[in-house]
Design a protein around this ligand. Structure first.
Ligand SMILES: [Zn+2]
Length: 474
């Protein structure tokens, strides 16, 4: 995308909290919403003489993510100390990774109508999160105006993966599309809930602009603390516009960090924790290098499931869905449900419509095991009433969700009712009938959709499907 001959150049840094049982270097349990400072121990409070012990599950989750991002897995990765001073960091340094991260040099493909867009992944490394500072009292809870600040150490030491991309994104929409697919990938890997509202997924953007055709990169700024996909897109848009205006008025963009204020749509200078650029990285002397054996990497590679990108691509290419709806339908188990609906003769538009309407406000977990039952309801009633969906998605697989009570409204399968409708539709769409008979069998879904619309969704799709095939044969 270029605006007035200017091309945005955007790179992203994404932080993901891993969904492990315990913290990165101690055995404190992770628990969101637990009472303040109830999940702490001498290790994560940095008492003298304590030693960190790395969390194996966090290392494995990071390797899995690295494999899904097409990264090289380092045979010997190092932990470093990153020094800075802040009340939420009791050790005075954060254990992170520096020049030898666990995962590097990856590629992540985002399906697009004209072919995949490849985003290079510079690195994905493992570190511990800082504690949480809560500013209390004063004006609007901001640091400068707060009466005092509290620190909640529950979050301190949470395993955190930082993913860094090359500046391969060239529009706010690209950045959003990339992040949405990345989030879905992380969720399906089962390594994090990656919820921006809860702070388990956070993204910062590095932004610069250049004249179309220019190769060199100009000065970039950083945009922090954006807590939804649309804010990220809008924040980038605002910063790109600001930079273009600066350059066009003969000024110069200077290196700076901004927060995007979603309420006003304005950028405001970020209050930095520390000005020092030099973190005095040094190898963590209390930890040995991480040396994942080749067999472990291969086992983890085998555990990486089919990634959402392939389903999104298929939905776009074979079923003509937009990226947005492919991303939505591409989530398990919608992809299965959609496939079943298409097989049953639904037009892709109608199937998409039904899924979006029914599910858009409900967070369905990928491990939903009541899909078959839910589909029975759909097949019979040709609708998925929201209360039923909620019941099915909240029932644990062991409790078992049964479609039986919801099958009362039988679909119309009576041919004396359906035949006149079908005949009317075939008569009204002669060109399509001719095309179908000439071999364009994909048009069957079109006719099924028409019948469904005419009967307000009450017809049995299977019966309509069979009947149409018969009538179109002659
Ligand atoms: Zn602890």
């Amino acid at each position: 995308m270029t605006t007035n001959g200017w091309e945005p150049v955007v790179g992203l840094e994404i932080h993901v909290h891993l969904k492990t049982r315990t913290k990165m270097f101690c055995r404190c349990e992770l628990a969101y919403g637990a009472p303040e400072n109830s999940r702490t121990c001498p290790v994560c409070l940095a008492h003298p003489g304590t030693l960190p012990v790395p969390n194996r599950a966090a290392i494995e989750a990071t390797i899995k993510l690295g494999l899904a991002l097409g990264c090289r897995i380092a045979p010997r990765a190092l932990f470093h100390r990153k020094h800075y001073f802040y009340p939420d960091l009791p050790k005075g340094y954060q254990i992170s990774q520096y020049d030898v991260p666990l995962c590097s040099d990856g590629r992540f493909a985002v399906p697009a109508p004209g072919g995949d867009r490849e985003i290079e992944i510079v690195r994905a490394h493992l570190e511990e999160d800082a504690a949480k500072t809560v500013h209390v009292g004063g004006e609007s809870g901001r640091i400068g105006g707060a009466a005092h600040s509290n620190v909640d150490f529950n979050r301190g030491g949470t395993p955190l993966v930082e993913i860094v991309t090359r500046p391969d994104l060239h529009s706010p929409e690209d950045a959003r599309a990339f992040l949405q697919l990345l989030r879905q990938t992380i969720v399906e890997l089962g390594i994090s809930d990656a919820e921006m509202e809860k702070g388990t997924l956070r993204a910062d953007a590095n932004i610069s602009v250049r004249r179309a055709g220019e190769r060199a990169l100009r000065t970039r700024t950083e945009l922090k603390n954006m807590n939804s996909f649309s804010f990220i897109a809008r924040g980038i848009e605002a910063e790109v516009a600001r930079q273009v205006a600066v350059w066009e008025s003969g000024g110069e963009v200077t290196q700076q960090t901004f927060d995007y204020d979603a309420a006003t749509g304005k950028l405001r200078p970020h209050r930095t924790k520390e000005e020092a650029e030099d973190y005095r990285y040094l190898p963590e002397p209390d930890l040995v290098p991480v040396e994942p054996p080749a067999e472990l990497v291969e086992r983890l590679r085998a555990e990486v499931p089919e990634l959402p990108s392939s389903r999104v691509r298929l939905l776009m290419d074979a079923h003509g869905r937009s990226y947005e709806s492919a991303l939505f339908i591409g989530r398990l188990p919608f992809a299965d449900l959609f496939r079943e609906m298409i097989k049953a003769g639904w037009h892709a538009d109608d199937a998409e419509h039904a899924l979006m309407n029914t599910f858009s406000a409900i967070d369905v977990r990928p491990e939903l095991e009541n899909l078959a039952e839910l589909y029975r309801v759909y097949a019979v009633r040709h609708e998925l009433p929201r209360p039923v969906v909620i019941e099915a998605t909240s029932a644990s697989s062991r409790a078992g969700f049964s479609a039986e009570p919801y099958l009362a409204q039988r679909a119309v399968a009576d041919l004396s009712e359906l035949d006149p409708v079908i005949d009317r539709i075939l008569a009204a769409n002669e060109p399509q009938v001719a095309q179908y008979r000439a071999g364009k069998e994909g048009l069957l879904g079109f006719f099924v959709g028409q019948v469904m619309r005419e009967t307000q969704g009450k017809a049995s799709p299977q019966v309509v499907n069979e009947r149409l095939r018969e009538k179109l044969k002659s």
